[in-house]
Design a protein around this ligand. Structure first.
Ligand code: AMP
Ligand code: MG
Length: 389
C-alpha cells in the first residue's frame, strides 16, 4: 500500500557522467555506436590467416593499440597488441607465448582456430541497443557502460530531498556537552543521514523538535515545504507525549498507523499537504529497520527506480526461537559463510532500543508470526548491505 502511494518525481536533470553515480536514469540509454567499434585483438601476439598458420611467416607490419594497420599481405603475419584493430585479411590472433619470432620470421606452435583471440565489432553493444533502461540506478559499472558508448552526460531524475526531523524532549546533540540527567544523545538523526546519503538523495536536516503540539506542527509544516518527503522519528506511539500523528492529521492525512512487525510497530504513513510523510518509531533499531524495509523502497520508487526489492537469501539458524508472537520479526543476525553454507547467528539482545544489535550484525532474519525456529532450520535473510549499503 505504501509503495503504491509513492508518486514518482517528474523533474529531470542532465548531469555530467562523473557526477552520475547513484542517480536514476529518467530515459533509456540507447547506443549509437558498436562496442567494440571494430574487430580487435584480445592478446598481444600475431595476426594471421589460419590457412597460413603452419608455415613460418614474415612479419610485415606492427600494429599497436590506437593505430590502424594495412591489409595483411599474402603469407605474412602482423605483430599486433591487445586492443589493436585486426588488419583486413587476418582471421586469427595467436598469443605471443605460442609464437617464436627470429629475424622477422614468426612460427606458430599448435593448432589455430578461425576467429581465435579476436573480439568482434559490436560483441558487447550494437548500435541501436538499449544499454540501460529508464529507472535504473547508475552503479559505477553503468557509468563505465555509458562512457563506452560515448555519453558524457546522463538524463536523470533530480535527487529527492528527504527531510528528517527528530522528536523528543530527552534528545541532545552529540557534541553539545555532557548529558543532563534524563537526556540521551540523538542518534536517529545520524543513522538517517547515512541511510539517506546511501540512496544518493539530499538529506534535509530539520534538526530536533520538542514534544509539544504547536512546535511539532510548525516543524512538520516547515519540513514539508523544504522536501519531497518528510521522515520523522519518535512521537508516533500511544503516549500523550506523542504529538506527531495528531499534527499530521491536522495538516494532512494519516493513511496507515502501526505495522505487525518487530521492531517497528508504531510506524505511520500519510501526507502533510501534498508531501508524503513517514513517521518512524523512536527506538534506534526500529528506526533503522523500518527505514530499510518501508521508507527505502518508498523513496526509491519516488525517485523513479523500477527495481525497489532487494534479493533475499537463505541461511541456517544457529539459534532457536520459541513461538514468535503475532508480529513478523526481523532479527538482527551475523551471517557467516561456513562449510555448511550460510549460517546466521543471532545478536544476543534483540530489544528495539539496542543499536548495537544493528551495528554488530550484517543481516536481518525474517521470522513470520507464530513460527517456531529450531537450530538448523533454514531462514530467509536480508543482507544489510543490500538495503542499507
Ligand atoms: P518515542 O516513540 O518518542 O516514545 O521514542 C521511543 C524511544 O526511542 C524512547 O526511548 C526514546 O528516548 C528513543 N528515541 C527517540 N528518538 C530518539 C533519537 N532521535 N535518538 C535516540 N533515541 C531516540
Ligand atoms: Mg518521544
Amino acid at each position: 500500500m505504501v509503495l503504491g502511494a509513492a508518486p514518482c518525481i517528474n523533474e529531470t536533470i542532465d548531469v555530467s557522467l562523473l557526477d552520475a553515480h547513484g542517480c536514476v536514469l529518467s530515459q533509456d540509454a540507447l547506443s549509437t555506436v558498436d562496442v567494440p567499434p571494430a574487430d580487435n585483438s584480445a592478446m598481444d601476439g600475431y595476426a594471421l590467416r589460419v590457412n597460413d598458420a603452419e608455415q613460418a611467416l614474415p612479419v610485415s607490419q606492427r600494429i599497436p593499440a590506437g593505430t590502424v594497420g594495412s591489409a595483411l599481405k599474402e603469407a605474412c603475419a602482423a605483430r599486433i597488441f591487445t586492443g589493436a584493430t585486426i588488419p583486413d585479411g587476418a582471421d586469427a590472433v595467436v598469443m605471443q607465448e605460442n609464437c617464436t619470432e627470429v629475424a622477422g620470421i614468426v612460427s606458430v606452435a599448435g593448432p589455430v582456430m578461425t576467429g581465435q583471440n579476436i573480439r568482434h565489432r559490436g560483441q558487447d553493444i550494437k548500435s541501436g541497443d538499449t544499454v540501460l533502461a529508464k529507472g535504473r540506478i547508475l552503479r559505477p559499472q553503468d557509468m563505465g557502460m555509458l562512457a563506452s558508448i560515448g555519453c558524457a552526460r546522463a538524463k536523470v531524475y533530480r535527487p529527492l530531498r528527504v527531510a528528517v526531523l527528530s522528536t523528543g524532549d530527552e534528545l541532545f546533540e552529540p557534541g553539545s556537552g555532557a548529558l543532563p540527567e534524563g537526556g540521551i544523545y540523538n542518534s536517529n538523526r545520524y543513522t538517517l543521514a547515512g541511510l539517506v546519503h546511501n540512496l544518493h538523495m539530499k538529506f534535509v536536516d530539520c534538526g530536533m523538535v520538542k514534544d509539544d503540539a504547536e512546535a511539532t506542527k510548525q516543524a512538520l509544516l516547515n519540513a514539508s515545504e523544504l522536501a519531497d518527503c518528510v521522515i520523522t522519528t519518535g512521537g508516533v506511539s500511544v503516549g500523550e507525549e506523542d504529538h506527531v500523528k495528531a499534527q499530521v492529521q491536522r495538516l494532512g492525512r494519516l493513511d496507515l498507523w502501526k505495522l505487525a512487525i518487530k521492531p517497528g510497530k508504531p510506524l505511520a504513513f500519510g501526507s502533510i499537504g501534498n508531501t508524503p510523510f513517514i513517521g518512524l518509531p523512536g527506538n534506534p533499531t526500529a528506526v533503522f529497520v523500518t527505514f530499510c524495509l518501508i521508507a527505502r523502497p518508498f523513496l526509491l520508487k519516488m525517485q523513479g527506480v523500477v527495481e525497489t526489492e532487494s534479493p533475499r537469501l537463505q541461511a541456517m539458524a544457529a539459534f532457536s526461537v520459541s513461538r514468535s508472537g503475532g508480529r513478523q520479526d526481523y532479527l538482527r543476525v551475523m551471517v557467516e559463510n561456513t562449510s555448511q553454507g550460510l549460517v546466521a547467528k543471532k545478536f544476543s539482545n534483540q530489544s528495539s532500543g539496542i543499536l548495537s544489535s544493528v551495528s554488530h550484525s550484517n543481516a536481518l532474519a525474517v521470522i513470520p508470526p507464530g513460527v517456531v525456529v529450531s537450530e538448523g532450520d533454514m531462514l530467509e535473510i536480508i543482507l544489510l548491505d543490500s538495503i542499507a549499503g
